[in-house]
Design a protein around this ligand. Structure first.
Ligand code: ZN
Length: 512
Protein backbone atom coordinates (compact mmCIF):
# COMPACT_ATOMS: atom_id res chain seq x y z
CA UNK A 1 0.00 0.00 0.00
CA UNK A 2 2.87 2.32 0.70
CA UNK A 3 3.50 3.46 -2.88
CA UNK A 4 -0.10 4.70 -3.09
CA UNK A 5 0.43 6.92 -0.03
CA UNK A 6 3.62 8.12 -1.52
CA UNK A 7 1.82 9.00 -4.73
CA UNK A 8 -0.90 10.79 -2.80
CA UNK A 9 1.70 12.74 -0.91
CA UNK A 10 3.45 13.74 -4.13
CA UNK A 11 0.09 14.80 -5.50
CA UNK A 12 -0.68 16.99 -2.45
CA UNK A 13 2.76 18.57 -2.69
CA UNK A 14 2.35 19.31 -6.37
CA UNK A 15 -1.09 20.82 -5.82
CA UNK A 16 0.12 22.89 -2.87
CA UNK A 17 3.13 24.15 -4.76
CA UNK A 18 0.97 25.04 -7.74
CA UNK A 19 -1.44 26.94 -5.51
CA UNK A 20 1.38 28.84 -3.80
CA UNK A 21 2.97 29.68 -7.14
CA UNK A 22 -0.32 31.04 -8.47
CA UNK A 23 -0.86 33.19 -5.37
CA UNK A 24 2.68 34.55 -5.66
CA UNK A 25 2.25 35.23 -9.38
CA UNK A 26 -0.74 37.41 -8.60
CA UNK A 27 1.17 39.34 -5.91
CA UNK A 28 4.07 39.79 -8.34
CA UNK A 29 1.76 41.08 -11.08
CA UNK A 30 0.08 43.59 -8.78
CA UNK A 31 3.52 44.73 -7.60
CA UNK A 32 4.63 45.16 -11.21
CA UNK A 33 1.48 47.12 -12.03
CA UNK A 34 2.26 49.41 -9.08
CA UNK A 35 5.77 49.78 -10.46
CA UNK A 36 4.34 51.01 -13.78
CA UNK A 37 2.45 53.68 -11.84
CA UNK A 38 5.67 54.57 -10.03
CA UNK A 39 7.55 54.83 -13.33
CA UNK A 40 4.81 57.06 -14.74
CA UNK A 41 4.93 59.24 -11.63
CA UNK A 42 8.66 59.80 -12.04
CA UNK A 43 8.72 60.17 -15.83
CA UNK A 44 5.41 61.53 -17.18
CA UNK A 45 2.93 62.53 -14.53
CA UNK A 46 1.98 66.22 -14.15
CA UNK A 47 2.59 67.50 -10.59
CA UNK A 48 -1.18 67.76 -10.04
CA UNK A 49 -1.43 63.98 -10.19
CA UNK A 50 0.58 63.46 -7.00
CA UNK A 51 -2.18 63.16 -4.36
CA UNK A 52 -4.22 60.67 -6.40
CA UNK A 53 -1.12 58.68 -7.35
CA UNK A 54 -0.14 58.49 -3.69
CA UNK A 55 -3.57 57.00 -2.88
CA UNK A 56 -3.41 54.54 -5.78
CA UNK A 57 0.03 53.29 -4.77
CA UNK A 58 -1.03 53.01 -1.13
CA UNK A 59 -4.10 50.99 -2.18
CA UNK A 60 -1.99 48.58 -4.24
CA UNK A 61 0.62 48.37 -1.47
CA UNK A 62 -2.13 47.35 0.94
CA UNK A 63 -3.51 44.74 -1.46
CA UNK A 64 -0.14 43.06 -2.03
CA UNK A 65 0.61 43.11 1.69
CA UNK A 66 -2.76 41.54 2.50
CA UNK A 67 -2.27 38.88 -0.14
CA UNK A 68 1.16 38.00 1.17
CA UNK A 69 0.02 37.66 4.77
CA UNK A 70 -3.02 35.58 3.76
CA UNK A 71 -3.05 32.68 6.29
CA UNK A 72 -3.36 30.30 3.34
CA UNK A 73 0.21 31.23 2.37
CA UNK A 74 1.32 30.20 5.85
CA UNK A 75 -0.58 26.89 5.59
CA UNK A 76 0.94 26.11 2.21
CA UNK A 77 4.43 26.89 3.49
CA UNK A 78 3.84 24.46 6.35
CA UNK A 79 2.59 21.73 4.01
CA UNK A 80 5.57 22.25 1.72
CA UNK A 81 8.20 22.14 4.48
CA UNK A 82 9.21 18.50 4.02
CA UNK A 83 8.90 18.80 0.26
CA UNK A 84 11.33 21.73 0.34
CA UNK A 85 13.87 19.65 2.25
CA UNK A 86 13.66 16.87 -0.32
CA UNK A 87 14.38 19.27 -3.19
CA UNK A 88 17.75 20.37 -4.51
CA UNK A 89 18.61 23.62 -2.67
CA UNK A 90 19.53 25.23 -5.99
CA UNK A 91 16.25 24.38 -7.73
CA UNK A 92 13.69 27.05 -8.58
CA UNK A 93 11.05 25.26 -6.50
CA UNK A 94 13.14 25.07 -3.35
CA UNK A 95 14.31 28.67 -3.77
CA UNK A 96 10.77 29.94 -4.26
CA UNK A 97 9.54 28.24 -1.08
CA UNK A 98 12.60 29.43 0.89
CA UNK A 99 12.32 32.99 -0.38
CA UNK A 100 8.56 33.14 0.30
CA UNK A 101 9.03 31.77 3.81
CA UNK A 102 11.46 34.61 4.62
CA UNK A 103 9.15 37.29 3.20
CA UNK A 104 6.02 35.79 4.74
CA UNK A 105 7.52 35.43 8.20
CA UNK A 106 8.53 39.06 8.08
CA UNK A 107 5.33 40.44 6.56
CA UNK A 108 2.98 38.75 9.05
CA UNK A 109 4.54 40.84 11.80
CA UNK A 110 3.52 44.07 10.09
CA UNK A 111 -0.15 45.16 10.35
CA UNK A 112 -1.78 46.05 7.02
CA UNK A 113 -2.81 49.34 8.61
CA UNK A 114 0.88 50.21 9.03
CA UNK A 115 1.76 49.21 5.46
CA UNK A 116 -0.90 51.58 4.09
CA UNK A 117 0.04 54.38 6.50
CA UNK A 118 3.73 54.00 5.60
CA UNK A 119 2.93 54.26 1.87
CA UNK A 120 0.88 57.44 2.31
CA UNK A 121 3.33 59.05 4.75
CA UNK A 122 6.30 58.47 2.49
CA UNK A 123 4.61 59.59 -0.69
CA UNK A 124 3.45 62.74 1.12
CA UNK A 125 6.95 63.52 2.42
CA UNK A 126 8.39 62.83 -1.03
CA UNK A 127 5.97 65.33 -2.49
CA UNK A 128 6.96 67.98 0.08
CA UNK A 129 10.68 67.27 -0.50
CA UNK A 130 10.18 67.94 -4.23
CA UNK A 131 9.22 71.50 -3.27
CA UNK A 132 11.45 71.97 -0.21
CA UNK A 133 14.74 71.10 -1.91
CA UNK A 134 14.63 73.74 -4.70
CA UNK A 135 13.40 76.26 -2.08
CA UNK A 136 16.29 75.24 0.18
CA UNK A 137 13.76 75.02 3.01
CA UNK A 138 14.50 72.11 5.35
CA UNK A 139 12.00 73.38 7.93
CA UNK A 140 9.25 72.69 5.40
CA UNK A 141 10.06 69.00 5.17
CA UNK A 142 11.43 68.45 8.69
CA UNK A 143 8.17 67.23 10.34
CA UNK A 144 7.64 64.75 7.50
CA UNK A 145 11.17 63.43 7.74
CA UNK A 146 10.77 63.10 11.49
CA UNK A 147 7.61 61.09 10.89
CA UNK A 148 9.43 58.76 8.48
CA UNK A 149 12.16 58.07 11.03
CA UNK A 150 9.56 57.63 13.81
CA UNK A 151 7.70 55.14 11.63
CA UNK A 152 10.96 53.34 10.96
CA UNK A 153 11.31 52.92 14.75
CA UNK A 154 7.69 51.79 14.92
CA UNK A 155 8.46 49.23 12.19
CA UNK A 156 11.39 47.89 14.21
CA UNK A 157 9.02 47.25 17.12
CA UNK A 158 7.20 44.66 15.00
CA UNK A 159 10.40 42.60 15.28
CA UNK A 160 11.11 42.31 18.99
CA UNK A 161 14.61 41.17 19.76
CA UNK A 162 16.22 43.26 17.03
CA UNK A 163 19.76 44.34 17.73
CA UNK A 164 19.48 47.87 16.31
CA UNK A 165 16.29 49.73 15.26
CA UNK A 166 17.76 50.11 11.75
CA UNK A 167 18.14 46.34 11.29
CA UNK A 168 14.59 45.32 10.30
CA UNK A 169 14.47 47.95 7.52
CA UNK A 170 18.00 47.24 6.36
CA UNK A 171 17.18 43.57 6.16
CA UNK A 172 14.53 44.38 3.51
CA UNK A 173 17.21 45.89 1.29
CA UNK A 174 20.30 43.85 2.14
CA UNK A 175 18.96 40.64 3.60
CA UNK A 176 20.79 39.40 6.66
CA UNK A 177 22.80 42.59 7.16
CA UNK A 178 22.73 44.34 10.52
CA UNK A 179 23.95 47.78 11.57
CA UNK A 180 26.68 46.03 13.58
CA UNK A 181 27.98 44.20 10.45
CA UNK A 182 27.99 47.42 8.49
CA UNK A 183 29.84 49.26 11.26
CA UNK A 184 32.59 46.67 11.15
CA UNK A 185 32.87 46.60 7.35
CA UNK A 186 32.86 50.40 7.17
CA UNK A 187 35.47 50.79 9.85
CA UNK A 188 37.82 48.41 7.98
CA UNK A 189 37.21 50.24 4.74
CA UNK A 190 37.56 53.64 6.32
CA UNK A 191 41.01 52.79 7.69
CA UNK A 192 42.17 52.12 4.13
CA UNK A 193 40.24 54.88 2.36
CA UNK A 194 41.02 57.93 4.48
CA UNK A 195 44.81 57.94 3.79
CA UNK A 196 44.14 57.47 0.04
CA UNK A 197 41.67 60.36 -0.02
CA UNK A 198 44.03 62.58 1.98
CA UNK A 199 46.98 61.77 -0.22
CA UNK A 200 45.10 62.42 -3.48
CA UNK A 201 43.24 65.57 -2.44
CA UNK A 202 46.50 67.15 -1.26
CA UNK A 203 47.86 66.87 -4.84
CA UNK A 204 47.21 69.03 -7.90
CA UNK A 205 43.64 68.17 -9.04
CA UNK A 206 43.05 66.83 -12.54
CA UNK A 207 41.57 69.20 -15.10
CA UNK A 208 38.03 68.28 -16.11
CA UNK A 209 36.93 71.69 -17.42
CA UNK A 210 36.39 70.15 -20.88
CA UNK A 211 33.54 68.07 -19.37
CA UNK A 212 31.65 71.24 -18.45
CA UNK A 213 31.21 72.86 -21.88
CA UNK A 214 27.78 72.89 -23.54
CA UNK A 215 27.18 69.38 -24.91
CA UNK A 216 24.11 68.91 -27.07
CA UNK A 217 21.66 66.66 -25.20
CA UNK A 218 20.55 64.59 -28.19
CA UNK A 219 24.13 63.68 -29.04
CA UNK A 220 24.86 62.75 -25.42
CA UNK A 221 21.91 60.36 -25.49
CA UNK A 222 22.93 58.83 -28.81
CA UNK A 223 26.43 58.11 -27.59
CA UNK A 224 25.34 56.64 -24.25
CA UNK A 225 22.76 54.42 -25.92
CA UNK A 226 25.27 53.12 -28.45
CA UNK A 227 27.58 52.11 -25.58
CA UNK A 228 24.96 50.31 -23.50
CA UNK A 229 23.71 48.50 -26.60
CA UNK A 230 27.26 47.22 -27.05
CA UNK A 231 27.35 46.22 -23.34
CA UNK A 232 24.31 44.03 -23.99
CA UNK A 233 21.35 46.08 -22.75
CA UNK A 234 18.46 44.90 -24.94
CA UNK A 235 16.34 47.80 -26.25
CA UNK A 236 13.74 45.32 -27.53
CA UNK A 237 13.06 44.60 -23.87
CA UNK A 238 13.79 48.07 -22.56
CA UNK A 239 13.79 51.80 -23.22
CA UNK A 240 15.38 54.95 -21.90
CA UNK A 241 13.47 58.01 -20.71
CA UNK A 242 14.31 61.23 -18.93
CA UNK A 243 13.87 61.57 -15.17
CA UNK A 244 15.16 64.17 -12.72
CA UNK A 245 16.41 61.37 -10.43
CA UNK A 246 17.54 58.52 -12.71
CA UNK A 247 16.61 54.94 -11.83
CA UNK A 248 16.00 51.52 -13.37
CA UNK A 249 12.67 49.78 -13.07
CA UNK A 250 11.62 46.33 -14.11
CA UNK A 251 8.09 45.07 -14.79
CA UNK A 252 8.97 41.72 -16.38
CA UNK A 253 11.92 40.10 -18.12
CA UNK A 254 10.58 41.60 -21.33
CA UNK A 255 10.29 45.15 -19.98
CA UNK A 256 13.18 46.63 -18.01
CA UNK A 257 13.46 50.41 -18.33
CA UNK A 258 16.19 52.88 -17.58
CA UNK A 259 16.10 56.64 -17.11
CA UNK A 260 18.73 59.32 -17.34
CA UNK A 261 19.23 63.03 -16.80
CA UNK A 262 20.90 65.35 -19.29
CA UNK A 263 23.07 68.20 -18.10
CA UNK A 264 24.38 70.19 -21.03
CA UNK A 265 27.16 71.55 -18.83
CA UNK A 266 28.29 68.24 -17.41
CA UNK A 267 28.97 65.45 -19.87
CA UNK A 268 29.53 62.91 -17.09
CA UNK A 269 25.99 63.04 -15.73
CA UNK A 270 24.07 61.35 -18.56
CA UNK A 271 27.03 59.36 -19.85
CA UNK A 272 28.03 57.56 -16.65
CA UNK A 273 24.44 57.61 -15.39
CA UNK A 274 23.35 55.63 -18.44
CA UNK A 275 26.15 53.08 -18.04
CA UNK A 276 25.21 52.73 -14.36
CA UNK A 277 21.50 52.20 -14.96
CA UNK A 278 22.19 49.80 -17.83
CA UNK A 279 24.24 47.71 -15.37
CA UNK A 280 21.17 47.42 -13.14
CA UNK A 281 18.95 46.74 -16.14
CA UNK A 282 21.11 43.98 -17.64
CA UNK A 283 20.99 42.21 -14.27
CA UNK A 284 17.18 42.34 -14.43
CA UNK A 285 17.01 41.41 -18.12
CA UNK A 286 19.36 38.48 -17.60
CA UNK A 287 17.18 36.47 -15.22
CA UNK A 288 16.32 32.91 -16.28
CA UNK A 289 13.03 32.82 -18.26
CA UNK A 290 11.71 30.21 -15.81
CA UNK A 291 11.75 32.89 -13.06
CA UNK A 292 9.62 35.40 -14.96
CA UNK A 293 6.36 36.23 -13.22
CA UNK A 294 7.64 34.87 -9.90
CA UNK A 295 9.03 36.83 -6.95
CA UNK A 296 12.47 35.37 -7.81
CA UNK A 297 12.74 37.32 -11.05
CA UNK A 298 14.52 40.46 -9.78
CA UNK A 299 17.99 41.01 -8.34
CA UNK A 300 18.72 39.66 -4.90
CA UNK A 301 19.76 42.68 -2.82
CA UNK A 302 20.61 46.35 -3.12
CA UNK A 303 24.29 45.52 -2.58
CA UNK A 304 24.41 42.98 -5.40
CA UNK A 305 22.37 45.27 -7.64
CA UNK A 306 24.79 48.11 -7.05
CA UNK A 307 27.72 45.79 -7.67
CA UNK A 308 26.35 45.25 -11.18
CA UNK A 309 25.72 48.92 -11.94
CA UNK A 310 29.07 50.00 -10.56
CA UNK A 311 30.94 47.25 -12.33
CA UNK A 312 29.77 48.57 -15.72
CA UNK A 313 29.91 52.25 -14.79
CA UNK A 314 33.27 52.31 -13.02
CA UNK A 315 35.37 49.20 -13.48
CA UNK A 316 34.51 49.03 -17.20
CA UNK A 317 33.22 52.50 -18.10
CA UNK A 318 35.90 54.56 -16.37
CA UNK A 319 38.78 52.30 -17.35
CA UNK A 320 41.62 53.16 -19.70
CA UNK A 321 41.07 50.23 -22.11
CA UNK A 322 37.41 51.18 -22.49
CA UNK A 323 38.27 54.73 -23.50
CA UNK A 324 41.12 53.62 -25.73
CA UNK A 325 38.36 52.12 -27.82
CA UNK A 326 35.55 54.65 -27.33
CA UNK A 327 37.32 57.98 -27.06
CA UNK A 328 37.87 58.55 -30.80
CA UNK A 329 34.11 58.02 -31.30
CA UNK A 330 33.25 60.46 -28.51
CA UNK A 331 35.64 63.01 -30.02
CA UNK A 332 33.85 62.63 -33.36
CA UNK A 333 30.56 63.26 -31.59
CA UNK A 334 31.88 66.45 -30.01
CA UNK A 335 34.82 67.60 -32.15
CA UNK A 336 34.57 71.24 -31.05
CA UNK A 337 34.80 70.30 -27.34
CA UNK A 338 37.06 67.27 -27.29
CA UNK A 339 38.95 67.49 -30.57
CA UNK A 340 42.01 68.91 -28.82
CA UNK A 341 41.76 66.98 -25.55
CA UNK A 342 44.09 64.01 -25.53
CA UNK A 343 42.99 60.58 -24.35
CA UNK A 344 45.24 60.74 -21.31
CA UNK A 345 43.82 64.09 -20.19
CA UNK A 346 40.31 62.83 -20.78
CA UNK A 347 41.00 59.70 -18.74
CA UNK A 348 42.40 61.77 -15.88
CA UNK A 349 39.45 64.16 -16.10
CA UNK A 350 36.75 61.51 -15.84
CA UNK A 351 38.58 60.00 -12.88
CA UNK A 352 39.15 63.29 -11.10
CA UNK A 353 39.18 62.90 -7.33
CA UNK A 354 37.91 65.95 -5.50
CA UNK A 355 36.18 67.28 -2.44
CA UNK A 356 32.61 67.38 -3.68
CA UNK A 357 29.20 68.01 -2.14
CA UNK A 358 26.95 65.63 -4.05
CA UNK A 359 27.09 61.87 -3.53
CA UNK A 360 25.81 60.88 -6.97
CA UNK A 361 28.48 63.00 -8.61
CA UNK A 362 31.28 61.91 -6.27
CA UNK A 363 34.33 60.09 -7.64
CA UNK A 364 35.06 56.46 -6.83
CA UNK A 365 37.54 57.35 -4.09
CA UNK A 366 35.48 59.76 -1.97
CA UNK A 367 32.12 58.11 -2.72
CA UNK A 368 32.14 55.71 0.20
CA UNK A 369 32.72 58.51 2.71
CA UNK A 370 29.42 60.05 1.57
CA UNK A 371 27.72 56.72 2.20
CA UNK A 372 29.29 56.17 5.62
CA UNK A 373 28.04 59.49 6.99
CA UNK A 374 24.47 58.75 5.85
CA UNK A 375 24.58 55.36 7.55
CA UNK A 376 25.93 56.91 10.75
CA UNK A 377 23.17 59.55 10.73
CA UNK A 378 20.48 56.91 10.29
CA UNK A 379 21.86 55.06 13.31
CA UNK A 380 22.12 58.20 15.46
CA UNK A 381 18.60 59.43 14.65
CA UNK A 382 17.08 56.03 15.37
CA UNK A 383 19.11 55.64 18.55
CA UNK A 384 17.84 59.05 19.67
CA UNK A 385 21.28 60.64 20.02
CA UNK A 386 20.60 63.02 17.12
CA UNK A 387 17.35 64.87 16.51
CA UNK A 388 16.03 65.30 12.96
CA UNK A 389 16.11 69.08 13.55
CA UNK A 390 19.87 68.85 14.16
CA UNK A 391 20.55 66.98 10.91
CA UNK A 392 21.31 69.99 8.67
CA UNK A 393 24.14 71.27 10.89
CA UNK A 394 25.43 67.79 11.70
CA UNK A 395 25.56 67.15 7.95
CA UNK A 396 27.61 70.27 7.27
CA UNK A 397 30.03 69.50 10.11
CA UNK A 398 30.56 65.94 8.98
CA UNK A 399 31.11 66.97 5.34
CA UNK A 400 33.74 69.39 6.52
CA UNK A 401 35.56 66.89 8.71
CA UNK A 402 35.29 63.89 6.36
CA UNK A 403 35.50 65.36 2.89
CA UNK A 404 36.94 68.80 3.59
CA UNK A 405 34.16 70.89 2.11
CA UNK A 406 31.21 72.57 3.82
CA UNK A 407 27.85 72.78 2.00
CA UNK A 408 26.53 76.33 1.82
CA UNK A 409 22.92 75.24 1.94
CA UNK A 410 20.70 72.26 2.78
CA UNK A 411 19.60 71.68 -0.81
CA UNK A 412 23.12 70.40 -1.51
CA UNK A 413 23.41 69.09 2.04
CA UNK A 414 20.88 67.06 3.95
CA UNK A 415 18.19 67.39 1.27
CA UNK A 416 20.24 66.20 -1.71
CA UNK A 417 19.11 62.58 -1.75
CA UNK A 418 15.59 61.39 -2.41
CA UNK A 419 15.88 58.32 -0.12
CA UNK A 420 14.87 59.34 3.40
CA UNK A 421 12.10 61.59 2.10
CA UNK A 422 10.72 58.67 0.14
CA UNK A 423 10.87 56.37 3.17
CA UNK A 424 13.98 54.57 1.99
CA UNK A 425 15.95 54.09 5.19
CA UNK A 426 18.62 51.43 5.78
CA UNK A 427 19.50 51.50 2.09
CA UNK A 428 22.62 53.65 1.62
CA UNK A 429 25.01 50.94 2.85
CA UNK A 430 24.05 48.99 -0.29
CA UNK A 431 26.04 51.40 -2.47
CA UNK A 432 29.26 50.69 -0.64
CA UNK A 433 28.55 46.97 -0.36
CA UNK A 434 28.07 47.16 -4.13
CA UNK A 435 31.44 48.83 -4.64
CA UNK A 436 33.12 46.12 -2.58
CA UNK A 437 31.33 43.26 -4.34
CA UNK A 438 31.85 44.75 -7.82
CA UNK A 439 35.61 44.24 -7.43
CA UNK A 440 35.13 40.71 -6.06
CA UNK A 441 32.88 39.70 -8.96
CA UNK A 442 35.05 41.36 -11.60
CA UNK A 443 38.18 39.63 -10.27
CA UNK A 444 36.39 36.29 -10.41
CA UNK A 445 35.33 36.93 -14.02
CA UNK A 446 38.86 37.92 -15.10
CA UNK A 447 40.36 34.96 -13.29
CA UNK A 448 38.22 32.68 -15.42
CA UNK A 449 38.58 34.76 -18.61
CA UNK A 450 41.81 36.77 -18.55
CA UNK A 451 40.99 38.03 -22.06
CA UNK A 452 38.19 40.27 -20.69
CA UNK A 453 40.40 43.33 -20.17
CA UNK A 454 41.79 43.11 -23.69
CA UNK A 455 38.30 42.67 -25.11
CA UNK A 456 37.10 45.80 -23.33
CA UNK A 457 39.86 47.63 -25.20
CA UNK A 458 38.33 46.36 -28.44
CA UNK A 459 34.79 47.36 -27.49
CA UNK A 460 33.78 43.73 -27.00
CA UNK A 461 31.81 42.90 -23.90
CA UNK A 462 30.17 39.56 -24.61
CA UNK A 463 32.60 37.42 -22.57
CA UNK A 464 32.06 39.58 -19.50
CA UNK A 465 28.32 39.92 -20.10
CA UNK A 466 27.90 36.15 -20.61
CA UNK A 467 29.91 35.40 -17.50
CA UNK A 468 27.76 37.75 -15.42
CA UNK A 469 24.61 36.25 -16.90
CA UNK A 470 25.79 32.73 -16.17
CA UNK A 471 27.07 33.39 -12.65
CA UNK A 472 24.85 36.18 -11.35
CA UNK A 473 21.98 37.44 -13.53
CA UNK A 474 20.26 34.14 -14.30
CA UNK A 475 19.74 33.34 -10.61
CA UNK A 476 17.50 36.36 -9.94
CA UNK A 477 16.93 36.32 -6.20
CA UNK A 478 17.26 32.56 -5.72
CA UNK A 479 20.34 33.07 -3.56
CA UNK A 480 21.11 35.64 -0.91
CA UNK A 481 23.98 38.07 -1.49
CA UNK A 482 26.25 35.99 0.74
CA UNK A 483 25.34 32.73 -0.96
CA UNK A 484 25.99 34.30 -4.34
CA UNK A 485 29.38 35.64 -3.25
CA UNK A 486 30.35 32.23 -1.90
CA UNK A 487 29.24 30.47 -5.08
CA UNK A 488 30.97 32.90 -7.40
CA UNK A 489 34.12 33.90 -5.55
CA UNK A 490 34.47 31.15 -2.94
CA UNK A 491 34.57 33.89 -0.29
CA UNK A 492 32.26 36.06 1.75
CA UNK A 493 32.35 39.85 1.58
CA UNK A 494 35.96 41.00 1.39
CA UNK A 495 37.16 44.61 1.06
CA UNK A 496 40.66 43.61 -0.14
CA UNK A 497 39.93 43.27 -3.91
CA UNK A 498 38.20 46.65 -3.91
CA UNK A 499 41.07 48.37 -2.08
CA UNK A 500 43.55 46.74 -4.48
CA UNK A 501 41.51 47.95 -7.44
CA UNK A 502 41.49 51.54 -6.13
CA UNK A 503 45.17 51.52 -5.19
CA UNK A 504 46.21 50.15 -8.59
CA UNK A 505 44.03 52.49 -10.64
CA UNK A 506 44.64 55.66 -8.64
CA UNK A 507 48.26 54.79 -7.96
CA UNK A 508 48.81 55.23 -11.72
CA UNK A 509 46.98 58.55 -11.74
CA UNK A 510 48.36 60.06 -8.54
CA UNK A 511 51.31 59.74 -6.21
CA UNK A 512 50.05 57.44 -3.46
ZN1 ZN B 1 22.36 52.27 -8.72
Amino acid sequence: MKPVFKELEVCVMEESFKELKEMLAEITDIGSAAAVLGWDQAVNMPPGGAPARGRQLAALGKVTHEKLINPRVGELLKVLQTHEQSLDYNSNESSLIRNTRIKYNKAVNVPTEFAGRWQSATSESFDIWLKARPANNFKMVEPYLKKNFDMCKEYAEFFPGYEHPLDPMMDNHDYGMKASNIREIFSNLRKEMVPIVESITSQEPADDSFMKLGFEGKKQLEFGESVVKAFGYDFNRGRQDMAPHPFTISFALGDVRITTRIQEHFLGSALFGTLHEAGHAMYEQGGAPSLDGTPLRGGTSIGVHESQSRLWENIVGRSRPFWQHYYPGLQKHFPEHLGNVELNSFYRGINKVQKSLIRVEADEVTYNLHVMMRFDFECSVLEGSLDVSELPEAWKDRMESDIGIRPKDDADGVMQDIHWYNGIIGYFQGYTLGNIMSAQFYDAAVKEHPEITEEIGQGKFSTLHDWLKQNIYQHGSKFTANELLERVTGNGLDVAPYINYLKKKYGELYDL
